[in-house]
Design a protein around this ligand. Structure first.
Ligand code: SF4
Ligand code: SF4
Length: 473
């Protein structure tokens, strides 16, 4: 039976409940009275249930869909303003014993070069990432108990936090590794990992098992219950995601929101982030062989519906998507963006690069970080390298209560300006620097509190003139 509080995957992601939800959504997709009521409910910015949100996702009325997009934009602006948090993935190892049919790192792929970075190589990669201007990383690795051990991860995190090169520093390390035990999550927490990210890939158990024919990842329950164990291990920021294209998107959307509802019900804190990757071609993967691909319009509708359903959850988009798709969904709800990414093991530094192409998927946005930063500034977004919450212990429910009270806005905006100023001083091209300085002087007037405005102005001066770094609210 469906039970949002249960610790069993098949109760909180209940197949029957999803099917009923999809049927309810289909029956009501033209019910304009209900759709109007749901849009009004979403306007209160307290979110929607998976059933309610599924009706809006299924809605076919053009006028109502435009209202949904408009509301998504408003909620995005209310919660996240014009700030976009920047990050980069760092691939540690592509050794993997799983058989995921959609990923080129699957064990049977003999054509892809395999590589695991040593600690010396990680240090070189991190210096290269710091020289680009990154402050926030997402570590990526396949599942392999021989190569990719917990000790290896813990040592890698220590290496990364320990590198101080010029004015650079990685201030937040998030990690995307295979589902593991409560004890291991506790060790990751002690190593000061930020968000634990694990994509569900698909919430449909039957399909999940077909897509994962071999390896430990094939255990649907163990994988789906990973976030519960992570939270029990003390990691209170967790990142959800599905790989759109594996299953029908409406099924995944309902499952994703049910997962978020479960975490909120069971632990009092929902997911910190939701990622929205779409299946892409890769070494021995032909995305067109998967029958559930979604077009850009549907993708934009999904992003908008997630935004209005879970306003408190950050949304992440990677360089899998093109510049134009990224531009479109930034307006509708995405709050975090990767830039200048490499999805190869050792890809940021010539000395560490593997021989041959070891990338996990083809990039659509291949611009440098500076180009992405400049592009954002030209669209009036503030690229933010802020990691303040983590440094100040504002994670999990502490973070969520600050966010829900609206107080977080008094931190994010000034922090975005100060970290952008750091970036401009240390890494930006002359054109980006000039555009960024202009944006900062305009945006400083939008800091509501006079006291905070004065402090920010003084900190900006210290960054520019005294080479000081790492101010935060
Ligand atoms: Fe391995 Fe992850 Fe790729 Fe599956 S998706 S083959 S677990 S790296
Ligand atoms: Fe994120 Fe916290 Fe910085 Fe705001 S203040 S951008 S929530 S880390």
């Amino acid at each position: 039976m469906y039970d949002v509080n249960s610790k069993n995957a098949q109760d909180f992601i209940h197949h029957g409940e999803i099917l009923e939800t999809l049927q309810y959504a289909e029956e009501n997709k033209d019910n304009l009275e209900l759709i109007s009521k749901l849009i009004e409910k979403a306007r209160k910015q307290k979110g929607l249930t998976h059933r309610e949100a599924s009706v809006l996702l299924a809605c076919t009325d053009e006028e109502k869909n435009q209202e949904i997009f408009k509301l998504a934009k408003e909620i995005k602006e209310n919660f996240y303003g014009n700030r976009i948090v920047m990050f980069a993935p760092l691939y540690l190892s592509n050794y993997c014993i799983n058989g995921c049919t959609y990923c080129p790192y699957h064990m049977k792929n003999k054509t892809i070069p395999r590589k695991q970075l040593s600690q010396e190589e990680i240090a070189k990669e991190v210096i290269a990432l710091q020289d680009l201007g990154h402050k926030r990383l997402a570590l990526e690795a396949g599942e392999d108990p021989v190569h990719n051990t917990m000790d290896y991860y813990l040592e890698s995190i220590k290496t990364i936090y320990g590198i101080k090169h010029k004015n650079g520093a990685i201030r937040r390390v998030n990690i995307n590794i295979a589902a593991t035990t409560v004890d291991n999550y506790r060790l990751l927490k002690e190593a000061e990992v930020g968000t634990y990210i694990l994509f569900q890939e698909t919430y449909n158990k039957e399909n999940y098992e077909l897509l994962h024919p071999t390896g430990p990842k094939g255990n649907y329950d163990y994988h789906t219950e990973a976030m519960d164990r992570a939270m029990e291990g003390g990691i209170d920021d967790v990142g959800l995601g599905v790989l759109f294209g594996l299953e029908q998107y409406r099924y995944e959307f309902a499952g994703l929101l049910m997962h978020a509802e479960h975490l909120e019900a069971a632990f009092g804190v929902g997911p910190h982030t939701i990622s929205v990757p779409r299946l892409k071609d890769a070494d021995d993967i032909d995305a067109s062989e998967f029958k559930n691909g979604i077009d850009d319009d549907t993708f934009a509708k999904i992003v908008a519906c997630i935004r209005i359903s879970v306003p408190y959850t950050g949304m992440i988009i990677s360089t899998r998507e093109s510049q134009s798709v990224r531009e479109r969904v930034l307006k509708l709800g995405v709050s975090q963006l990767s830039g200048g990414s490499k999805t190869t093991v050792g890809g940021y530094n010539e000395e560490t690069e593997s021989e041959g192409d070891s990338s996990q998927f083809e990039l659509s946005d291949t611009r440098t970080l500076d180009e992405v930063v400049q592009w954002l500034i030209q669209m009036d977004y503030i690229p933010s390298f802020c990691t303040a919450c983590y440094g100040l212990g504002r994670t999990g429910d502490r973070f969520m209560s600050l966010l829900k009270s609206g107080q977080i806005q008094n931190c994010c905006h000034p922090n975005a300006l100060m970290t952008l100023q750091e970036y401009l001083m240390d890494y930006a091209s002359p054109t980006t620097k000039a555009l960024g300085e202009k944006l900062i002087s305009k945006e400083i007037a939008n800091v509501p509190s006079e006291n905070v405005r004065k402090t920010v102005a003084e900190n900006l001066r210290l960054i520019r003139e005294m080479n000081r770094r790492d101010f935060r609210f």
